[in-house]
Design a protein around this ligand. Structure first.
Ligand code: NAI
Ligand code: MG
Length: 361
């Protein structure tokens, strides 16, 4: 019997809907494996702006710091699109990542066999897809300064800055190498070194570090080529390590290998302190409030939380297994079952996964 504190940040749009199912899964795991998960809710994103005037209230930061792990839904939506940049919901998400130094974002792209024919790509191309994208999460163009608007000679000018220090590059690359050591020992470092200076530094650091990991085969690939290769032959990849924005874009692309954006979980980790777990998708305003969202990405994020932050391997396996069984039994939400006769709601999908958790076959 063990006791853990988990911060729950539902956020906006479909966030609260998928989080509700994920929390029920956590409660089921607690019952089954005799743990106590103390779950406390915090505000982040648009809902926090509405209630407190800021997308990341101090209480939320404190709650997260005092927890063993954090589970987050998604933030954002058209309602807040006109807000000033520091009051945008996304500033809350970037803020918590930065404050907790969650620089390593792990995004496993794994195709469940039952969804082989769900991907819009040919099944012979996607079969066996098992890629781990390691995305740098607290640097690069999402954080660099100057970031501003000003009046220039030709009307307004907007400036974003892509900046990386050697230290930031080194720590994320080490994560990539170490994770590759525990997998197929192949690391693809993705950059745009033919154009960007930050990428040239990235490549130099990767080459230097590769001497520390002689068992890992390091390759460099330009990001535009990776975008193409992921579709052409995803099986060539084991671990992909890349900077913040490239990782953001490539992982949305890679999600289609698995059938839907609604399938991909993620873990954001620092060297010390709690990890943050969230689906890679956003708040999906187009389907929010309709009980239509696929909760599996968030449920699979719970599995990552149990494995990485709480070291509860069996419990994590049991969730992944329940998701697998649910899909094998033919249950689908709309995003992965567009040609299905009877599509499940978010709530029904969560209930199905729980039923397989209760009675593992
Ligand atoms: P999105 O990821 O919210 O949605 C893209 C498309 O995928 C939509 O058609 C949506 O319906 C669908 N989709 C996403 N998750 C789904 C799920 N679980 N089940 C079924 N379908 C799903 O990205 P979009 O539309 O570009 O952004 C919407 C808002 O979300 C924006 O405000 C954006 O800033 C925010 N966002 C937040 C993120 C986060 O909180 N981590 C990440 C990405 C976007
Ligand atoms: Mg994204």
């Amino acid at each position: 019997m063990s006791y853990y504190k988990i911060a729950i940040l539902p956020g906006d749009g479909i966030g609260p809907e998928v989080i509700k199912e994920a929390v029920l899964i956590l409660e089921e795991v607690a019952k089954h494996f005799h743990h106590t998960f103390e779950m406390k809710y915090g505000l982040i994103g648009g809902v926090a702006v509405d209630k407190t005037g800021t997308p990341l209230p101090t209480e939320t930061v404190e709650l997260c710091k005092n927890s063993d792990a954090i589970l987050l839904g998604a933030v954002g939506g058209p309602k807040w699109d006109q807000e000033l940049s520091h009051r945008r919901p996304e500033a809350g998400l970037l803020g918590i990542r930065k404050t907790l130094n969650l620089y390593a974002n792990l995004r496993p792209v794994t195709l469940f066999d039952a969804l082989l024919h769900t991907s819009p790509l040919k099944s012979e191309n996607v079969i066996g897809t098992d890629v781990l994208i390691v995305r740098e999460l607290t640097g690069g163009i999402y954080f660099g300064t100057p970031r501003e608007r000003k009046n220039g000679e030709n009307g307004q000018e907007a400036i974003d800055t892509l900046r990386y220090s050697e230290k930031e590059i080194e720590r994320i690359l080490r994560q990539g190498f170490q994770i590759a050591q525990g997998r197929k020992k192949k690391l693809t470092s993705v950059d745009k070194a033919n154009v960007l200076e930050s990428s040239r530094l990235w490549r130099e650091v990767a080459d230097r570090l590769s001497y520390d990991y002689p068992d890992v085969k390091l390759e460099h690939m330009l990001v535009d080529n990776v975008a193409m290769q992921l579709i052409r032959n995803p099986r060539q990849f084991d671990v992909i390590v890349t900077e913040n924005m490239f990782g953001d874009i490539l992982s949305d692309e890679a999600s289609m290998l698995t059938g839907s954006l609604g399938m991909l979980p993620s873990a954001s980790l620092s060297d010390t302190g709690p990890g943050l777990y969230e689906p890679i998708h956003g708040s999906a305003p187009d389907i929010a409030g309709k009980d239509k969202a696929n909760p599996l990405a968030t449920i699979l994020s719970v599995a990552m939380l149990l494995r990485h932050s709480l070291r509860l391997e069996n419990e994590a396996d049991s969730i992944e297994n329940a998701v697998k069984k649910t899909l094998e039994a033919g249950y689908r939400t709309g995003d992965i079952g567009f040609d299905w006769e009877r599509v499940l709601t978010t709530t029904q999908m969560g209930t199905m996964v729980r039923s397989y958790l209760k009675s593992p076959v």
